[in-house]
Design a protein around this ligand. Structure first.
Ligand SMILES: *[C@@H]1O[C@H](CO)[C@@H](O)[C@H](O)[C@H]1NC(C)=O
Ligand SMILES: *[C@@H]1O[C@H](CO)[C@@H](O)[C@H](O)[C@H]1NC(C)=O
Ligand SMILES: *[C@@H]1O[C@H](CO)[C@@H](O)[C@H](O)[C@H]1NC(C)=O
Length: 281
C-alpha cells in the first residue's frame, strides 16, 4: 500500500512537473525511492534551551473549506505573479523597506547569556494544510507562524530580500528549514547562520522577519517548531537543522515557483532530496 501511494506520488509530481518545464530555473526531480523523509537524526537539546509547548488549535480545517491544488499555477488563484500585494507587494519599496530594513539607531547587541527559546506546537490530529487563493487574505495569530494556511505555490529555495510567511510556511510543510533574522541583528552573527544553513541543505529559505525580538533576533524554523536565538550556537543550530529538515508532513522535494526578490538560489548540497543533512559538518 505504501509503495503504491509512493508510486502515485511520483506520478503526480511528474504531472505537475510537465506544466513547469517552460521554467528555465526549474530543478528536475531526482527521485530515489530508497530515501524516506523520516527524521534521520536524533534531537539533542541541551538543558540551557527553554522549551515551550503550545496547542495549535486555531488551524483545524473546517470541512467546508475548498482546498486548492498545490504546485499548480493558476492565474485565477495563484500564479506567483498576480495579486501578490495581498500578502506583500514586491514592487512597493515602502513595503520592502518595512520588512527588510533596520530602523533602530544601532544593531541589536549580541548577548550569549540569553538562553535559546524553542517553541513546539502541538498539531491537532485533524490538521489539514489549507491552500488559499491570492484574493483571500491570510493573517496569522502567532508571532512566528509555524503551521497554518498558505498559498498553493511555494517559494524557490534560497535567500530573499523578503519572503512573506504565506509562502515559506508551505516550504516548511515540504521539509524545509527556514532561517529568519531581524533586520537589526548583528551582521557577523547573521553571516554565520546563513553559511551554516546554506551548507546543510538545499531545501532552505532565508528571509528577514521583523516579529523577532531584540533578545533573540535569529530563528530557525522546521515543521511546527521554532528555535529563537540571541547568538550563533553552531552545535545547537546544526542539531536542530538535522532533526527538523525533511520533517514536514508532505513528502515533496521539488523546488517552488515563487521567486520575487530572490537574491540567491539555494545550491544543492548532497542532492535535491537532501539525502544527507549538514554533510561533513
Ligand atoms: C493542549 O490540549 C490538550 C488537550 O486538549 C491539553 O490537555 C493540554 O493541557 C494543552 N496544552 C497546552 C500547552 O495548552
Ligand atoms: C506601498 O506600501 C505602503 C505601506 O504598506 C502603502 O501605504 C502604500 O499605499 C503602497 N503604495 C502603493 C503604490 O501601493
Ligand atoms: C507578527 O506577530 C503578530 C502577533 O504578535 C501576528 O498577528 C502577525 O501575524 C505576525 N506577523 C507576521 C508577518 O506573521
Amino acid at each position: 500500500m505504501h509503495r503504491i501511494s509512493f508510486i502515485l506520488l511520483i506520478f503526480l509530481s511528474f504531472l505537475t512537473t510537465v506544466s513547469y518545464c517552460d521554467d528555465e530555473d526549474f530543478i528536475e526531480d531526482d527521485v530515489d525511492s530508497t530515501v524516506t523523509e523520516e527524521p534521520m537524526y536524533s534531537l539533542e537539546i541541551p538543558d540551557t534551551v527553554i522549551i515551550e509547548r503550545h496547542n495549535a488549535t486555531d488551524y483545524i480545517a473546517s470541512d467546508n473549506i475548498k482546498h486548492h491544488a498545490m504546485g499548480v499555477s493558476d492565474e485565477r488563484c495563484d500564479n506567483a505573479h498576480y495579486n501578490l500585494a495581498t500578502d506583500f507587494d514586491p514592487e512597493n519599496q515602502t513595503e520592502i523597506d518595512i520588512n527588510s530594513k533596520c530602523f533602530e539607531s544601532s544593531t541589536y547587541p549580541v548577548n550569549d547569556k540569553i538562553q535559546p527559546l524553542m517553541t513546539m506546537l502541538e498539531i491537532p490530529k485533524r490538521y489539514m494544510p489549507i491552500h488559499r487563493c491570492m484574493k483571500t487574505y491570510i493573517r496569522y495569530i502567532e508571532r512566528i507562524p509555524m503551521i497554518g494556511p498558505h498559498r498553493p505555490l511555494w517559494a524557490k529555495y534560497g535567500e530573499y530580500v523578503y519572503l512573506p510567511p504565506q509562502r515559506w510556511l508551505h516550504n516548511i510543510e515540504h521539509g524545509a528549514i527556514v532561517l529568519l533574522y531581524h533586520p537589526c541583528s548583528d551582521a557577523e552573527q547573521l553571516e554565520q547562520f546563513k553559511k551554516l544553513v546554506k551548507n546543510c541543505l538545499f531545501r532552505h529559505v532565508i528571509t528577514p522577519f521583523t516579529n523577532l525580538t531584540v533578545e533573540r533576533p535569529f530563528a530557525l524554523l522546521g515543521w511546527s517548531t521554532s528555535l529563537e536565538m540571541s547568538h550563533y550556537d553552531e552545535e545547537l543550530s546544526k542539531n536542530f537543522i538535522k532533526y527538523y529538515a525533511r520533517s514536514g508532513p508532505e513528502k515533496m522535494f521539488r523546488d517552488g515557483q515563487y521567486k520575487q526578490l530572490l537574491i540567491e538560489k539555494a545550491k544543492v548540497v548532497t542532492n535535491v532530496i537532501d539525502s544527507e543533512i549538514c554533510p561533513g559538518l
